[in-house]
Ligand binder design. Structure first.
Ligand SMILES: Cc1cc2nc3c(=O)[nH]c(=O)nc-3n(C[C@H](O)[C@H](O)[C@H](O)COP(=O)(O)O)c2cc1C
Length: 246
């Protein structure tokens, strides 16, 4: 049996968490990065185990992740869902992800919600998952490994609406190195006009903000502050990563 890690990760938390979870099986691992623009088709057998990880964006699966997941085909392939979120809530992310994978021939046999530092409002869940979280996640994975079976997951249909988030802009610190254009999951930054972000393409994943070597891509600070205040109450309550469904 091989473990197949399939993930979308704007700023790296989901990738790190999914890799940690995958390692707990001690089996050969293959990775498929849904944030790559050259993501292509793959087919899996019922003997494979897939671990699909996404961050929650507005309580939904990032739309580009859904689009690229549709290039996959399962054959009664067991799948574990991993949703990372910034300590607010995951709302309909699990049900949207499961509905999508069901359609593609996968069988959802486990699910886990993992609290990670909020990739827009970094004060929330700062530094998480930390060492303590990883010890907890390791225990959750042990439970999951011994108990894989078809599950239902929480959420509502129709899914919560998400109309997009903050769009980062370039500042005068930009050295025109082009890394942001190269790594943008949706080609929203033109490599010949690095100062300009195509806001119709940008999915607010914060990849460009997190990877810029000179910290030249930033969100409007006032808008971040508005978001921070809007979700403050729910985000400052301590939450633990958890197994989902039954
Ligand atoms: C556009 C956007 C929307 C987000 N929406 C939510 C949300 O609805 N609930 C929540 O708890 N966290 C939310 N977050 C925080 C991310 O889900 C969280 O930081 C996640 O771990 C980021 O994963 P990544 O590092 O793999 O991109 C959002 C982040 C972004 C960029």
């Amino acid at each position: 049996m091989s473990i197949h890690l399939i993930y979308f990760s704007g700023t790296g938390s989901t990738q790190e968490v999914v890799r940690f979870i995958g390692k707990q099986w001690d089996k050969p691992i293959q990775e498929y990065d849904l944030s790559r623009t050259d993501f292509s088709t793959h087919e899996f057998s019922h003997e494979d185990l897939c671990i699909v990880g996404v961050p929650s964006y507005g309580g939904r699966v990032p739309s580009i992740a859904i689009e690229r997941l549709k290039l996959l085909k399962g054959n009664q392939t067991p799948v574990i869902l991993v949703v990372t979120y910034g300590n607010r809530h995951y709302d309909d992310t699990f049900i949207e992800l499961k509905d999508t994978l069901d359609e593609l021939g996968f069988i959802c046999e486990g699910a886990m919600a993992v609290v990670c530092e909020h990739s827009i409002v970094h004060d929330y869940a700062k530094g998480r998952p930390n060492q303590e979280d990883y010890q907890h996640i390791q225990k959750l994975v042990e439970t999951l490994k011994n108990n894989l079976h078809p599950i239902e997951v929480p959420g509502h249909r129709p899914y919560k609406e998400f109309h997009g988030g903050l769009k980062p802009k370039a500042t005068s610190q930009c050295t025109k190195c082009g890394l942001c254009a190269k790594l943008c999951p949706v080609e929203a930054i033109d490599c010949h006009h690095l100062q300009v972000t195509d806001e119709t393409k940008c999915i607010s994943c914060m990849r460009c903000v997190s990877i810029c070597p000179t910290h030249a891509r930033v969100c409007d600070l006032q808008q971040v502050e508005v978001t921070r205040q809007k979700i403050q109450k729910v985000c400052t309550l301590y939450k633990q990563s958890e197994l989902i469904g039954g």
